[in-house]
Design a binder for this molecule. Structure first.
Ligand code: KG4
Ligand code: ZN
Length: 344
């Protein structure tokens, strides 16, 4: 088949992103991958403010698209389609992206493709490593936590997931509780490096229950309690206390995710070329990656962890997921709706 070029747009949370991906029989190539983060805009509010996010997306999207096309050195008329995150996410941002994509499709006549943001994350190992279906996927981000089997580009079987907070949310809340900068994942990981994980005992909720469901909200409450106990005891928090709490927290998250993934691997018995892939912002976590890699090796299963820039929100994954749909003739028309909720 001739190569196809897809422009992807992403604006469902706090990153405005555009990318061009080329897909050929021998694999996919990312020609550009532009991301404008909004962390600074939301920093003083302690979380993503939907109205501020939507306005920033609306202001940045056109420029972002221009830069993606320029960097890729591809003109609009050489594209095969425009793919856009149509949900799930913050509705204002998703709408900005969908409207921008519709305007592009309407003025150029290019096909429009609505992509599920979660499918974008879940298909990333095919973009980076070209692995075949089916594979087991651990999707862990600020808003999501699922173990699933990717059967095809649009059929995902959910084995389990969080019953409350997502792990990234727990990292972000832990950082807030300890006065560390946002996003919490990287700052907690960095702080944990000097810590002693065994000084404090944190719970591992649901670990004793069968199945692949997980829970993280009790962990955040336990962190709060440990912090307050240390403050009451010592009159304040030392640097080493923060490090120890971060290390214990990170270890608890690692244990929960690794144990549930072990169960999923035991349940899921692929005959040939078994593969375990991770995606989502939390997949950037070093100790978690190392534990999952060891787990996969134990199961004689390939382990695929995309580079960090493709684990966190980006538009290359949206362009690629769009390409998978395009190759199956799955395009949308200008009535494409933005969906705040859209389960895989
Ligand atoms: O996938 P993502 O960019 O956005 C969505 O939630 O869709 O993930 C962001 C989340 C944040 O909660 C952030 O704290 C977490 O991923 N994260 C990390 C690390 N880097 C980012 N969590 C743990 N360790 C990290 N190194
Ligand atoms: Zn995401």
């Amino acid at each position: 088949a001739p190569p196809i070029h897809i422009l992807g747009l992403e604006s469902s949370c706090d990153d405005t992103a555009a990318a061009v991906v080329r897909v050929e029989d021998r694999g996919a190539t990312i020609l550009s991958n532009i991301v404008f983060g909004q962390t600074d805009l939301h920093a003083e509010f302690g979380g993503v403010v939907p109205e501020i996010a939507a306005r920033a997306h609306a202001e940045k999207l056109d420029h972002c698209v221009e830069e993606a096309l320029e960097t890729a050195d591809v003109s609009l008329k050489h594209l095969n389609a425009v793919a856009v995150t149509a949900g799930p996410g913050l509705i204002g941002g998703v709408l900005s992206g969908v409207m921008t994509a519709k305007a592009l499709a309407a003025t150029t006549g290019l096909p429009l493709i609505g992509v599920n943001h979660l499918a974008g994350h879940a298909l990333t190992p095919r973009l980076t490593d070209g692995i075949a279906f089916p594979y087991l996927m651990l999707l862990v981000s600020g808003g999501h936590c699922q173990l699933l089997i990717a059967h095809t580009h649009d059929r995902f079987e959910r084995l389990g997931g969080t019953i409350d907070d997502a792990p990234g949310e727990a990292f972000d809340k832990t950082a807030r509780i300890l006065g560390l900068p946002q996003p919490g994942g990287p700052s907690v990981e960095k702080t944990a490096r000097d810590g002693n994980a065994s000084r404090l005992r944190l719970p591992r909720p649901l670990l004793d229950r069968p199945g692949c469901d997980m829970s993280f909200s009790g962990l955040k409450t336990a962190v709060l309690r440990q912090r307050d106990a240390l403050i009451a005891e010592q009159g304040g928090l030392r640097r080493s206390d923060r490090a120890d709490i971060c290390a214990a927290f990170q270890e608890a998250v690692r244990d929960i995710l690794t144990e549930k993934t072990r169960r999923a691997l035991d349940l899921y018995l692929p005959q040939e070329n078994p593969a375990l892939a991770v995606a989502g912002g939390v997949a950037a976590n070093g100790p978690l990656r190392a534990a999952l890699e060891a787990l996969a090796a134990e199961h004689e299963t390939a382990f695929i962890a995309p580079p960090q820039a493709l684990c966190t929100d980006n538009a290359a994954m949206i362009a690629f997921a769009g390409a998978e749909r395009f190759r199956h003739g799955q395009t949308d028309d200008l009535t494409l709706a933005a969906r705040p909720r859209w389960p895989l």
